[in-house]
Design a protein around this ligand. Structure first.
Ligand code: HSE
Length: 430
């Protein structure tokens, strides 16, 4: 492709992000041309509803009703996929674009988390690139940081809060004293929830993002199925209050690192020190912490969603393609990505455990002895008065393996003294 000819885009999906991309291209065309050394133009678009007023002119663009037809047009160099979904039209059109030798820019974390390896191979066979900055942490250029700025480092750990909706719920539970259900409803009213809210509150959306970062960081094939996933639905106001009493905040935290036992990937609610950068992250903001052997630690913080930030990330990718930057999808050729074994158990850590106990003599002793038999030592323990015949008991353990704790919880559930199923949250000392 001649670098001086305009770079021609086909944009599929004109929702919030697609509309934001059109706005940037219309409003910043001179700046984009100057920076890329060539014009960036839109040839054609595709969306379900042609008549909707999106607050931006779409004149001059051809309309397609079918994303595959758009992706394979002769006047499209880059297919910009903003439809979403791990299968269906998004996948069909991305595959068609790659087969036709087009480059692809997408914001679709689910598609890449499930099909990243196959799509990366298809791209390389076709001599195309796939770019997906907008898929992870909205406007934060985290993928570019890993692929380029930190390319000289052996990455040792990546952590992050990568779902703004969950962070909004958790921080506002603490600030407002309202429960999970009330904040969930507020998010629904504010339009913060994905069409399937379980993608947000179940940790799946953030898990997709973590799986993509793990692949780049450790040169491994994307393996979303190996991500240990837990949502925030069982977090109660009392957990947040007790965590605060002990100097912690509760965050839906992603952590990935290569261990002697394989690749650890987990996206689970954790307690983090309230004085840490992650502990101080409020509202819908995202944060990614990257550790490398030479750089030591960097912290990236910014908006994880929204029209401007996500369109900004899409345009960063478009501009790289316009400038001729061509990097393999996950940093090294797809055939060289290793299929890493999943670490069967994550590293030992202290845990916060909440158990509802019935008012029975010896109930506390039973719980303590189950932990003792599992080799788990108690660091701190507190019991509150019985309400409705249940006493909340909060335990902080010394370091132990999650698997041992899970076995202990199974044993607790089998006793006649537990009234509410225990909740265990890892304490991540950052
Ligand atoms: N629903 C996501 C969030 C944004 O709340 O962060 C898109 O991944």
């Amino acid at each position: 492709m001649n670098q001086r000819t305009p770079l021609r885009l086909g944009i599929a999906g004109l929702g919030t992000v697609g509309t934001g991309v059109v706005k940037i291209i219309r409003q910043q065309s001179a700046l984009l041309s100057a920076r890329a050394g060539r014009e960036v133009v839109i040839s054609a678009v595709c969306a379900r509803d042609q008549s909707r007023d999106r607050g931006v002119s779409l004149s001059g663009y051809a309309w397609e009703t079918d994303a595959v037809a758009l992706a394979t047009r002769d006047d499209v160099d880059v297919f910009v996929e903003l439809i979403g979904g791990e299968s269906g039209p998004a996948k069909d059109a991305v595959e068609a674009a790659l087969a036709a030798g087009k480059d692809v820019v997408t914001a679709n974390k689910a598609l890449l988390a499930h099909h990243g390896q196959a799509l990366a191979l298809a791209a390389e066979n076709a001599g195309s690139v796939i770019r997906y900055e907008a898929a992870v942490a909205g406007g934060i250029p985290v993928i570019k940081s890993l692929l380029e700025g930190l390319a000289g480092n052996e990455i040792t750990r990546v952590m992050g809060v990568m779902n703004g909706t969950c962070n909004y719920i958790l921080t506002n539970m603490e600030k407002s004293g309202r429960g999970y259900e009330a904040l969930f409803e507020e998010c629904a009213e504010l339009g913060y929830l994905e069409a399937d809210p379980n993608l947000d509150v179940g940790g799946i959306d953030a898990g997709h993002k973590l799986a993509l970062l793990a692949s780049i960081a450790f040169g491994t094939q994307v393996d979303f199925d190996a991500v240990e996933l837990e949502g925030i639905q069982r977090i109660e106001l009392s957990d947040i209050k007790h965590a605060a009493d002990m100097g912690f905040k509760i965050k839906l935290l992603g952590v990935t690192q290569m261990t002697g036992r394989g690749l650890e990937q987990r996206m689970t609610p954790c307690l983090v020190p309230d004085t840490s950068a992650l502990g101080q992250l409020d509202g819908g903001t995202n944060m990614v912490v990257i550790e490398g052997d030479s750089v030591e630690q960097i912290v990236l913080r910014g908006p994880g969603a929204g029209m401007g930030p996500t369109a900004s990330a899409v345009m960063g990718d478009v501009m790289d393609i316009a400038r001729g930057v061509r990097i393999p999808t996950f940093g090294i050729p797809a055939a060289q990505l290793v299929k890493a074994p999943a670490a069967m158990a994550s590293t030992p850590a202290p845990f916060y455990l909440r158990v509802g106990l019935k008012d029975k003599p010896g109930a506390m002793a039973k719980i303590a002895s189950i932990l003792g038999e599992a080799g788990i030592s108690i660091d701190r323990m507190r019991q509150y008065g019985h309400q409705d015949e249940t006493a909340p008991v909060l335990i902080v353990t010394h370091k132990c393996m999650r698997q041992a704790l899970d076995e202990a919880i199974t044993a607790m559930n089998a006793t006649d003294v537990v009234s509410t199923a225990p909740v265990a949250l890892r304490i991540e000392n950052l």
